[in-house]
Design a protein around this ligand. Structure first.
Ligand code: SAH
Length: 352
């Protein structure tokens, strides 16, 4: 089995099914070498601001889904967001990521003004992760200065996607089409998938990884699916036994996808995600960084809101302040001999 960037989908699938320890060690080493060669040892820090947990969608996997009445909804004010932005500058982060549920209450002009302020008052890159907004909004935000947009396609299996990600009435939801449009607007485009969704086949996960390459993604964020008890999928999982053709939502499967993503997209920015840190609180972050990842996303959301942004239960770092997150992540990065990235850390043009 080769480990080339152009490896066929069948080879990707074989790696996803691989469980021999020596072969997996070879996969980790190979991904780590590709990471070092193409994006270097710097770990870029993206300060995450979860600006609203209001959501109009009904995704079967996500705790923020509109029908979930058990969460206390919030939307941050401009002043609160700018306080988080100031912390990002103070902490030396290169980017802020504004993420939210799909919240039409985040008005286009309101956010355009905030983006313009960040771009004129700070040296930060601005990343948005706000779901399936109208293209006119995305165009306006790009014109206001936003640099990057994150939109996971979650799975490329259309039947599974439709089952877990219903569109709003009268609309269609095609995130793969949207990603091409996002790139055409001049954004750096990020996407990714959930690993171990009930009913996800090895073949479809291999196709997801091949699609990372075909879409030439600038950023790839993946993590294990973590069941949320107040969601239809979470309730279904509780009474299901695992089947051999369905990908398990395990830590090891997540590392395999991180490593293979690195191999097929050598210069992409790949975070070691919070979901990984959640299923292995001891060293999930570090292992992600040693198996292909080169980015982490310290949380800047004020603690009182952070607890309410519960896309899945038990999320790592929920009880921490922005300062604690910064210190903890710095320590983890330095403990594995890596350095903190300087500057915005956009699509890799390796500084030599
Ligand atoms: N509303 C935005 C942001 C959603 S949160 C959007 O839809 O793009 C960001 C990501 O969290 C999602 O894309 C999804 O992949 C992930 N996520 C949601 N629920 C999850 C769960 N139960 N387990 C693991 N990851 C989850």
């Amino acid at each position: 089995m080769g480990l080339r960037q152009d490896m066929p989908t069948e080879a990707i699938e074989s790696w996803l099914r691989e469980d021999r320890e020596d072969r997996l060690q070879a996969l980790w080493r190979s991904a780590d070498a590709v990471r070092r060669e193409h994006v270097g040892d710097a770990v870029h820090l993206r300060g995450l601001i979860e600006i609203s947990n209001v959501c109009v969608r009904s995704c079967a996997y996500c705790g923020l889904r509109a029908p979930n009445r058990d969460i206390d909804r919030y939307r941050m004010s401009e002043a609160e967001i700018m306080d988080c932005v100031a912390k990002a500058v103070e902490f030396g982060y290169g980017t802020v990521v504004m993420q939210a549920g799909e919240d039409p209450g985040i008005e286009c002009e309101w956010l355009s003004r905030i983006i313009s302020r960040i771009k004129s008052e700070t040296p930060l890159a601005v990343t948005l992760s706000l779901g399936e907004r109208p293209m006119d909004d995305l165009r306006a935000w790009r014109e206001a200065g936003a640099d990057r947009y994150l939109l996971r396609f979650e799975t490329s299996d259309r039947a599974l996607y439709d089952a877990i990600h219903p569109p709003l009435p009268g609309r269609v939801s095609d995130r793969i089409v949207m990603l091409r449009e996002i790139k055409a607007l001049g954004y750096e485009a990020g996407s990714g998938v959930l690993i171990g969704l009930p009913g996800q086949t090895y073949r479809s996960l291999a196709e997801d990884i091949a699609l990372f390459r075909e879409l030439d993604l600038d950023m790839i964020g993946v993590g294990p699916y973590i069941p949320h008890p107040d969601t239809p999928l979470g309730q279904q999982v509780a009474c299901q036994s695992p089947v051999s053709w369905s990908v398990p939502p395990t830590e090891q499967m997540a590392y395999k996808v991180v490593a293979l993503a690195r191999i097929v997209r050598p210069d992409a920015n790949i975070p070691s995600t919070t979901a990984l840190a959640t299923i292995n609180q001891v060293e999930g972050r570090e292992l992600g960084l040693q198996r292909g990842a080169n980015v982490v996303m310290p949380n800047l959301t004020p603690p009182e809101y952070r607890m309410r942004y519960e896309i899945y239960p038990g999320k790592a770092c929920v009880g921490e302040t922005a300062e604690q997150c910064r210190t903890c992540l710095r320590g983890r990065i330095e403990s594995i001999g890596r350095t903190i990235g300087l500057g915005q850390g956009g699509r890799a043009k390796m500084a030599v």
